[in-house]
Design a protein around this ligand. Sequence first.
Ligand code: G3H
Ligand code: 13P
Ligand code: ZN
Length: 326
Amino acid sequence: MIVTTTELFKQAYGNYAVGAYNINNLEQTIGLFRGNLGKSKSNADPENPGKAAPFIIQISRGARDYSDKRFLEAMIRTAQDVFPEAIFAVHLDHGTEEVCYDCIESGFYSSVMIDASHHEFEENIAITRRVVDRAHEKGIVVEAELGQLGGVEEDVVGSVKLTDPAQAAEFIERSGCDSLAVAIGTSHGAFKFSGKQGLHFDCLEEIQKAVPAGFPLVMHGSSSVPKEWVERINNAGGAMKDASGVNEDEYIRAAKLGVCKINIDTDGRLVWCATHREFFRDHPAEFDLRPPGKQFMANYADYIQHKNSKLGSLGELENVRKALQK
Ligand code: G3H
Ligand code: 13P
Ligand code: ZN
């Protein structure tokens, strides 16, 4: 069942964060549904299903262009038939105004992100307000962003600018956005911290105090870049030096401070890369794409289940279902 992120956040707020996972292809889609439904490799027994979680599927502009946006929609609709018990939101990640309108008109997305964070404050508000007005007419909810993460966001290269708490409150009121992505020290990609830097919980606490009670916050750039997966890539011929990510134990701490959505893309790519590198290293004569594809779907499902345990969303699917039925 496709729902809005707002419906998921009502249950999550203050308790856990919902995982927002990017997809680009079939194997990621299948691994994602299996993992969130507790049908991972380590929990494949249908008589003893694993714990399930609500989740958010994120589609970036890059993903829409990788094949054709219609393939993504068709895959997700098929996944809905194959996994009817799933409860999830379909969300545009880092949209421009034009792409937001396309998703709003499509009737498929339940949530869009307008990322005008690289514009000046007033311009960011004006653009976000226009998108919010169009989206709300159709019952679609809007995530906006204030502040700037480090690293690269789609085609925008950012320099870090932490979110100002007072500005966040004004931004929410004037833009009408339904959730807000905040910059509190994370960045996109596999190289987040060069030394001991971590999340700025002091800043997050101030933001939570300043914004309306219960307002959902979002954390981008939240992959943990697990050492285990980076080592597996490097041991199978990769060259990822000094990769680092967010400490997974900090997800729950952020959730308690109002973060309801935690974005993970890079970690899925690491699982993909390690699985395929290892497979072809160990089977040099193999050239069929399906054996490593199967292995990836199993590894990714396992990884998602692990991630949900760290986000606190594992086991929450039935609570969300009950709340939606009320
Ligand atoms: O924030 C960026 C996401 O990780 C999407 O990445 O634009 O390469 O699909 P992408
Ligand atoms: P990561 O690069 O840390 O996975 O962040 C993904 C993200 O924020 C997508 O919007
Ligand atoms: Zn992002």
